[in-house]
Design a protein around this ligand. Structure first.
Ligand code: ADP
Ligand code: MG
Length: 253
């Protein structure tokens, strides 16, 4: 079982879209996937077709160790993967965890119990370096960083790279950056092409070959409770995410 965080401290950069569609894409190529929603907004939960409002238990209960993952997970109706969902309750965990022991290793411990049931675990992180994100980074073998090719993209990246280095040094020696995924890409915009070239020059083969285009069908899919990959399989965005799932599958064996 390989565990990956989808992380970037910025909001609205495509973390949740990447997590949900990579999960559906990996399911489509025959992999057993668990998606963990670590964002109290619960967007990955809703986008997987699971109603966050009636979710009980949730990942919150798993972090507080009152419930096992086996009892809290639910199948995504269209996605073909399982979901450990989140909702507003999770915002409270941030505070409650602070006084508890092994507070940053709770998710890691819980995932150990399902290690034979999945090939991949994908963790959708909130847009911050909080105790929740730390639980994700302490559980993971690697980080996938979705990013838009905009002017300040490289600057924002150095904070994340430093954080990952610190966690690697102090808490989780296995942690590494698996790759940077260019998302919401529009090849007609010269600046985006330039930033994309800079990224490749700077990070080399840490930049995934697959590029996710800006595609409205990916943005529409969550309101139907479906990953874009399932909602409109022939759309450019869906095709790109299935391609990305294959690239991930091949890279990691
Ligand atoms: P994050 O989880 O980092 O906050 P989201 O995945 O929620 O980011 O994406 C932010 C917004 O951009 C959402 O409205 C989403 O539907 C939209 N979006 C994400 N990726 C794409 C894409 N490739 N093309 C068009 N819209 C996208
Ligand atoms: Mg999100």
């Amino acid at each position: 079982m390989r565990i990956f965080c989808i992380a970037n401290q910025k909001g609205g950069v495509g973390k949740t879209t990447t997590t949900v569609n990579l999960a559906a894409g990996l399911a489509q190529v025959g992999r057993r996937v668990l998606l963990v929603d670590l964002d109290p907004q619960g967007n990955a939960t809703m986008g997987s077709g699971i109603d966050k409002r009636s979710l009980d238990p949730s990942v919150y209960d798993v972090l507080l160790e009152t419930t096992a993952i086996a009892e809290a997970r639910k199948p995504s109706p269209h996605g073909g993967y399982d979901v450990l969902g989140a909702n507003r309750d999770l915002a409270g965990a941030e505070v409650e965890l602070v006084t508890l022991e092994r507070r940053e290793k709770r998710l890691k411990a819980a995932l150990a119990a399902v290690k034979d049931e999945y090939d991949f675990v994908l963790i959708d992180c909130p847009p911050s370096l909080s105790m929740l994100t730390l639980n994700g980074l302490c559980s993971a073998h690697g980080v996938i960083v979705p990013m838009q090719c905009e002017y300040f993209a490289l600057e924002g990246l150095s904070d994340l790279v430093n954080t990952i280095k610190q966690v690697h040094a102090n808490l989780n020696p296995e942690l590494e950056i698996i790759g940077l995924l260019r998302v919401m890409f529009d090849p007609r915009i010269t600046l985006q092409q330039q930033v994309s070239e800079q990224l490749k020059a700077h990070f080399g083969d840490k930049v995934f070959n697959t590029v996710i285009p800006r595609n409205v069908r990916l943005a529409e899919a969550p309101s139907y409770g479906q990953p874009g990959v399932n909602f409109d399989p022939s759309s450019k965005g869906a095709v790109a995410f299935v391609e990305f799932a294959k690239e991930m599958s091949e890279r990691l064996g």
